[in-house]
Design a protein around this ligand. Sequence first.
Ligand SMILES: *Cc1c(COP(=O)(O)O)cnc(C)c1O
Length: 414
Amino acid sequence: MNKNYVVPWGKRGSVLAAPEISVLTELVEGGQPLSMGTWRDRFERAFADLVGSRHAISVTSGTVALELAIEMLDLQAGDEVIATPQTYQATVQPLLDYGVRVRFCDIEPGTLNLDPAALESLITARTRAVLLVHYGGCPAEMDQIMSVARRHGITVLEDCAHAQGAKYRGRRPGSLADIATFSFQNAKNITTLGEGGMITFDRDDWAERLDRLRSNEVDAEIDQQYWTGVDEPVVLPWMKYSASVYTDRVRRLRRAGTNATMSEAAAAVGLVQLDRLEEVERARRSIAARIDEVLGGYSFVTPQSAPAHSEHSYHLYTCFAQTQELRDQLLLSLDRRGVQIELRYFPQHLLPEWRHQGHGPGECPVAERLWFEQHLNLPCHPGLTGSQVDYLADALDHSLAELNGSPSPRFSVA
Ligand SMILES: *Cc1c(COP(=O)(O)O)cnc(C)c1O
């Protein structure tokens, strides 16, 4: 259905303006290469410095970032991986390729994040990794999760697709676990012209493997001797490619590479978008504060509550109604008033690809109850004008007052 909403869900997650255009002009008119130039390196360095990781490897999407990051876990058939069910499917879908057993871990009702208390009981001798997301930009309780994981020698991957701009105990997601992935897709808090992704981590061996994997080189363990010929003096660069250099000293081939190289245009825009991060975050936080204020007047709808020692990045504004009837009524009422609502995300363990593996209802009762009965996402993005935000606050207030049976709303803006 094509409907003209007064307050649309959002065509873009970030703002692109003169600085982005000027960097693209510089790139195009400067005659620099459009791939494998210096912009990618600069973006990666700036990104790693920002999140506080040793390495940042850029790729073409958040999905590819997850695929390649999961490859670093060296999963074998029969291994077990614990994952949150409340995320976008790209977080867990790569696991389908490894023949691993996925144990979906239930979530905390207040945050929608993987519940540290539920985590420990799912760990077995075969558990290799934990996959989590900072839902909507609300940081997961990383101290507790990492301490459980460390105790059991388990690797933790944080999907930070929503968490650009968030903080946990003063640190940025992307350096809170062993390996992290980001998305710069159109809807995310910053974008590299519509598609893009990043992997951040500290391990040097992963940097080497990931750099090969994203560029059509195989990921293999190769005897050191393989490389000796390369260091010999050469007259012209291509002369190093002598037949003697190419030996059969591959001990183990892990995976064929792919071409997931971020283009120079995307990287250049990404670098400029990093400077814009604070501005975009301010806009998101101020809309969220407005919605919080309205919800504060009603006891039957509560906002998602980030841990006290964290900062929410408000990729999504999420709240919970006390009952399904109230949730559904509120949805309909806001839609009627021209506020576009979307629900993110359907619990992963109930999707066909996971049901096929024996997953199903009852596995994560909290995630199921929240999704089917209580969960609601409201528009919250920097593309909203001041008057759209006013309208949103007012429409929400009127809808809630109506559901509450109150004669008039607490606030009135319009
Ligand atoms: C958007 C998103 C992804 C995938 O990123 P793309 O860049 O769209 O491939 C992965 N995980 C989560 C939680 C996301 O929201």
